[in-house]
Design a protein. Structure first.
Length: 279
């Protein structure tokens, strides 16, 4: 484990969360600073899970800002998508989705605005692939590039696009890249003030708050995006404190244990990392 910038309390929280051979990455970046304030395995690659929805959110609002997307345009809710593996198609499993509302709308129109909101706040999978169809992976890649993300982060396919996954096309992230992304959003380097503010408000409406937000003190404004699958729980947050520059905090966990254990561990790691940032 790279223990640069790490004190003992953070190191202990990370070690407990790793559960032996797992990988835990923690990065805190403060706006205006060249390097991270906290860095533990910052460049380790993790499967993105639903953190992929974060750059899709930003890409959508950038296109709205340019007049290329209309948030109030109706989108037909369907469950048949073109794979990133040429010539193949895929569909999603409703039982794997945390958003029943979008599934209930199959065959009807829902506005892009609603789909974006449900993609983030309840981590809707079907909503995500519908939004990604409107946005496109090239626009997502442009967001990552504008944020200064490395080539170790690749958001290149939809959720449950298993033909693409089997062809080696997969969504991977690093903690440092995700912290860079939310700091770039806060600094207005990804979009103008209206689009940037809209993205932050969607993140602040997040309903899953048992990770980073649970570990931070009251009085902060926190917008976050979680992601989870078997043996994976991630959380990425943009944190604002009165009179202080915004902070991007990413905790990525690929480790054994229960989902509840990993969420609680993320909260403990976030608390220790925040103590480092504010020391």
């Amino acid at each position: 484990m790279d223990t640069s910038y790490v004190d003992r309390s953070l190191s202990a929280a990370v070690d407990a969360l790793r559960r032996g051979d797992g990988t835990v990455s923690v990065v805190a970046r403060v706006s205006g600073e060249a390097g991270p304030r906290v860095a533990v395995e910052p460049d380790a690659q993790h499967y993105s899970a639903s953190i992929m929805k974060l750059p899709i959110l930003v890409a959508a609002y950038r296109l709205v800002e340019r007049g290329r997307l209309d948030l109030d345009r109706p989108v037909l809710v369907h469950n048949d998508f073109a794979s990133q593996s040429p010539g193949q198609r895929f569909s999603l499993d409703q039982t794997e989705d945390s958003d029943p509302q979008t599934w209930a709308a199959l065959g009807t129109d829902v506005t892009l605005r609603v789909l974006i909101h449900r993609m983030v706040t309840v981590s809707g999978n079907l909503a995500t692939d519908l939004v990604l169809d409107e946005v496109g992976t090239d626009e997502v890649a442009a967001v990552l590039a504008a944020a200064g993300c490395s080539d170790r982060t690749t958001i290149v396919r939809g959720i449950e696009d298993y033909p693409a996954r089997d062809a080696g096309i997969d969504n991977l992230i690093t903690a440092d890249d995700m912290a860079r992304l939310v700091v770039a959003l806060a600094e207005g380097r990804l979009a103008g003030p209206d689009a940037s503010g809209a993205c932050e408000r969607v993140l602040e409406a997040q309903e899953y708050r048992n990770g980073i937000p649970a570990g931070l003190p009251p009085g902060l404004v926190i917008g976050n995006k979680t992601g989870w699958i078997t043996n994976v729980n991630h959380d990425v947050a943009l944190v604002r404190a009165d009179g202080q520059p915004p902070v991007g905090l990413a905790v990525l966990v690929s480790a054994p244990g229960t989902e509840e254990d990993r969420e609680a561990g993320i909260a403990r790691v976030a608390a220790a990392a925040w103590a480092e940032v504010t020391a």
